[in-house]
Design a protein around this ligand. Structure first.
Ligand code: CIR
Length: 257
């Protein structure tokens, strides 16, 4: 399997209206000023890992728009603009399209009645695992499968029971290593991987990102950190407490390609 090297990332600054973002976390209202600082630290970590980071201005019309991962899947071959399942997030990609066009000639779109949020899509080389969730439906997964097939990219569908998105509970760290927690620990579809289990009390740390052989992890999860470091990765901790209040994690905050 090829190990990718990411060169670019696109992020979007949090908006003040993030206090009205979707949430089931019960952790209180996010502090916008602190979120801005944490977002800058996140950008710095991506830069440290060698990425060129394009920073988009906030969009107050969409409280969850800082979670830019969900609105597009950027593969080495094409960009696919998703159709979020959350009503308040539909249309979130519109003002990002021009930026994506700078990097991609080939752009495909998921259309109604298909819905999909890219937090439900995990890339493993030229294969993509697609979570079926409250945000991603069969039709959305089917459309995504057909689009990816044009580029000889395969898919496997993974039904979710509890988690918001697939990548809320799994993260591919390359070299066949897969972080897993909760409902994903024992499902056979992930048996071919070397599973690194994250205990339930630290499950938030299962959403971390591999970026060019560093792993960016959320601050405050010592056992997860230890597990990842034991598998020979260098970790970078970033505090994302204000995004956790909106059910968002490290992967959600960027498009990496
Ligand atoms: C939402 O519910 O859509 C946002 N509050 C959080 C999105 C997190 N995105 C992700 O897991 N990829």
């Amino acid at each position: 399997m090829n190990t990718p090297q990411f060169k670019n990332a696109i992020v979007r600054k949090p908006c003040k209206n993030m206090v009205n973002g979707l949430s089931s976390a019960n952790l209180g209202i996010p502090d916008y000023d602190l979120a801005m600082k944490q977002h800058q630290n996140y950008i710095n970590a991506l830069i440290f890992c060698g990425l060129q980071v394009e920073v988009l201005e906030a969009n107050e019309d969409f409280p969850d728009s800082t979670f830019i991962e969900d609105i597009a899947l950027l593969t080495p071959h094409s960009a696919i603009i998703t159709n979020p399942g959350a009503l308040s997030r539909k249309g979130e990609a519109t003002d990002v399209l021009d930026t994506i066009k700078k990097y991609y000639d080939q752009i495909d779109f998921i259309k109604e009645p298909g819905t999909i949020e890219a937090g439900d899509i995990m890339m493993v080389s030229d294969h993509f695992y697609i979570g079926l969730s409250e945000r991603t439906n069969q039709e959305g997964a089917q459309q995504m499968t057909s689009i990816l097939a044009k580029y000889k990219l395969g898919t496997t569908v993974v039904p979710l029971k509890e988690m918001l998105h697939l990548k809320t509970g799994v993260a591919y760290l390359e070299h066949n290593n897969l972080l897993v927690t909760g409902e994903f620990v024992n499902i056979p579809v992930f048996d071919p991987f070397n599973k690194l289990e994250i205990e339930t009390s630290e499950s938030y740390a299962a959403n971390c990102i591999w970026v060019n052989d560093h792993v960016i992890i959320p601050k405050g999860y010592p056992n997860a950190k230890n597990t990842i470091e034991k598998t020979a990765y260098k970790t970078i901790e970033v505090d994302v407490s204000e995004f956790k209040k909106l059910d968002g994690g490290l992967s959600c905050l960027s498009l990496r390609f």
